[in-house]
Design a protein around this ligand. Sequence first.
Ligand SMILES: [Zn+2]
Length: 99
Amino acid sequence: MPKCPNCKEEIEELRNIVSGSNEYTLFSIGNDTEYEEKDFAEDYVVNEYWCPECQEVLFTDEEKAIDFLKGINQDELTKTMEEKLKQIKEKKNVNLPEM
Ligand SMILES: [Zn+2]
């Protein structure tokens, strides 16, 4: 299970808040009016993922939040990427025609 980098608790979920606007229809019934709730349209001006234990906002990026829950360590991810790039570069060098 991933650990919160702030409070070090093991967490299996993140809380998420997304901003947007709620659409309503205002209609009349006789002498009265009433609102009917329509769709919620997210605008993602605010998109925060926070720890349920310490309430610290850990991510503002869905991809990073998902990677975190899947237990993908960012450092390891970077290392793997660097190694892959190195391998690709080395391969390219091998395949390059000699001058
Ligand atoms: Zn926490």
